[in-house]
Design a protein. Structure first.
Length: 115
């Protein structure tokens, strides 16, 4: 799934995107509670971003993503290895095994790395 950043402030003005560049296209590597998980330009970390700041360029989701919906209809779509409660919390808490596995999976799953 590919999106283009068209504005850097969310509709509710609660989130300002400073780690991505306006008009650049980005690969969405997952969707969590409707937010897009994208590798940032600034520190190359997998952050969540509000979808209202983006225009969808290609809505094709990889066939290996597992999609689930929460109680309020919010979408969760990730590769199976990342579709586990707490994986990104562990990642950002610095759990070495989780970070190592994430980047190995990213190399395998990413469109940028598969072409």
């Amino acid at each position: 799934m590919i999106v283009k950043l068209v504005k850097n402030t969310s509709d509710d003005d609660e989130f300002k995107i400073e780690s991505l560049d306006i008009e650049n296209e980005y690969e969405v590597i997952g969707i969590e509670s409707d937010d897009y998980r994208i590798i940032s330009d600034t520190d190359k970390e997998p952050y969540l971003y509000p979808p209202d700041c983006f225009e969808i360029v290609d809505d094709t989701k990889p066939p290996f993503w597992v999609t689930e919906f929460g109680e309020d209809g919010e979408e969760y779509s990730y590769p199976e290895n990342w579709n586990k409660v707490g994986i990104f919390e562990d990642y950002f808490e610095g759990v070495k095994e989780v970070k190592k596995q994430f980047w190995a999976d990213y190399k395998k799953y990413s469109n940028k790395n598969s072409s």
